[in-house]
Design a protein around this ligand. Structure first.
Ligand code: ARG
Length: 481
């Protein structure tokens, strides 16, 4: 089909496409006589999204230009004109006066073409010893590095919000759950601190990816390196990279850094989604453990009483976009032969979307956590059902009368059954009822059946005892903030 000459000319073809820009591409069109079909231009152009790389593209071009001058590959007059032209372009893009052209495909050629308009033929020297392949790999790494840093500090902000709540509620008791069935009493602060740890690992993954990302592809050129006497260490240094990448083929074909960002982002999105789901549960009428602020809820157009946790629900849902972005890029990359393939132009949108989604989700989570009002009384009341101190009773039977744990477990089960029959908590059963089931029980047992005691007793490192939680908050502040 592409052999059909009608499709290789800019004039409208039988598909009714509008004419594209007339003539061959000025950047690479030497061997072409006709311009691309309008459809070709639309599928090929990335400028609508990769314009977001403009700052990185200009920074990398400046570093490359300075190196070319230092190495005597470009004269200092031409170099000065190029640098000045690039600064002008950055200003034009920032103030909105720059005209992006789809015919120029991408950010790299849009910048270079404008440079030529501004400074003339010297602009053509900038692309010496460089290809768009190493250029885009460099720009995108710089972008992901910035996004990773921004996400890291946003996550520190979310951790700080969680830490403040955890500190204030280190001793606020609530039921802890397994299978979403009441399990053992915990403190609200302890529960929130679990998220501080999760986010700490997310930050660790981002930092880890950033370390591996920080190698400079510039100078790999198309795939094989260059015959010009370039200084790759100089450009790497100028752009804040730790070193130039070691293999030119790998440099232009690697997108691991984007995959790692998306992987870390997908796990983070899952964490945010779990937090969001808990908030949805906690603020539902069946629980009533927290109240959300007006700022992070919405009303219903028909039910006047409603206050819906939409921010939490959207946070929960948006994890899908990030997870989808990861699988999308994994699928783009799998089976691609080395080195660069145009498939790789599809690397950007999932990453941009994930970065935007995560930035907004983390900001919303931070706002919700900051504003959230724990309903201390409701949480405490919920600990009165579900026989939360049954494990404490079993442990006491092991510790005091010296029962084997299995036997203690069985006796406690029978006690729970009896309490259920009498519709009371185990702490409310008379001593005679307890002794009828296990004669070794004395009135001392009631001490371990209080919720406060149960929580205080779990003072093992990382446990829910209020003193442990306060210590964990202090340690986390040291570690993370
Ligand atoms: N816009 C392209 C991309 O994002 C830049 C690299 C193009 N390289 C090429 N050989 N056509 O991947």
């Amino acid at each position: 089909m592409s052999a059909d000459p009608k499709h290789s000319r800019p004039a409208g073809g039988p598909d009714g496409a509008a004419p594209g820009e007339a003539g061959a591409n000025a950047m690479w069109g030497g061997r072409f006589t006709g311009g691309p079909a309008e459809v070709m231009q639309r599928i090929n152009a990335s400028i609508d999204f990769d314009r977001r790389l403009y700052a990185q593209d200009i920074a990398a071009s400046k570093a490359h230009c300075e190196m070319l001058v230092r190495q005597g590959i470009v004269s200092s007059e031409d170099g000065a004109a190029i640098l000045q032209g690039l600064d002008t372009i950055a200003r034009e893009i920032e103030d909105g006066s720059f005209t992006f052209k789809a015919a120029l495909e991408d950010i790299h050629m849009n910048v270079e073409a404008r440079l030529e308009e501004l400074i003339g033929e010297a602009a053509g020297r900038l692309h010496t010893a460089r290809s768009r392949n190493d250029q885009v790999a460099t720009d995108f790494r710089l972008w992901v590095r910035d996004a990773s840093d921004a996400l890291d500090s946003a996550l520190a902000g979310l951790q700080a919000a969680l830490l403040d709540q955890a500190e204030a509620h280190a001793a606020t008791v609530m039921p802890g759950y397994t299978h979403l069935q009441a399990a053992q009493p915990i403190t609200f602060g302890h529960h929130l601190m679990a998220y501080v740890e999760m986010l700490g690992r997310d930050r660790g993954r981002l930092a880890d990816g950033r370390r591996r990302l920080n190698e400079c592809p510039l100078g790999a050129a198309a795939l094989a390196g260059t015959s010009f006497p370039i200084d790759r260490a100089m450009t790497a240094r100028a752009l804040g990279f730790d070193r130039p990448s070691a293999n030119s083929i790998d440099a232009v074909s690697d997108r691991d850094f984007a995959l790692e960002f998306l992987s870390a982002g997908a796990i983070l999105a899952v964490h945010l989604s779990r937090l969001a789901e808990e908030i949805v549960i906690w603020c539902s009428q069946g629980f009533g453990f927290v109240a959300l602020s007006d700022a992070f809820t919405t009303g219903s157009s028909i039910m006047p009483q409603k206050k819906n946790p939409d921010a939490a629900e959207l946070l929960r849902a948006r994890s899908g976009r990030v997870i989808g972005g990861l699988s999308s890029l994994l699928i783009v990359m799998k089976g691609l032969p080395l080195a660069y393939g145009k498939d790789m132009q599809e690397d950007k949108e999932p990453v941009f979307d994930a970065a935007d989604t995560l930035a907004l989700s983390v900001a919303a989570a931070t706002g919700m956590v900051r504003d959230l009002r724990p309903e201390v009384e409701a949480m405490r009341a919920a600990t009165r059902t579900g026989y939360l101190t049954a494990t404490d009773l079993a442990d006491w039977l092991v510790r005091v009368p010296g029962l084997p744990f299995r036997k203690a477990h069985r006796a406690t089960g029978a006690i729970v059954k009896r309490a259920a029959e009498l519709d009371c908590d185990i702490a409310e059963l008379p001593l005679a009822e307890l002794q009828a089931i296990e004669p070794g029980i004395t009135k001392e047992v009631y001490r371990v059946l209080s919720i406060e005691r149960a929580v205080e007793s779990r003072s093992s490192f990382g446990g829910t005892a209020p003193a442990e939680v306060s210590a964990a908050v202090a340690a986390a502040r040291e570690r993370y903030l």
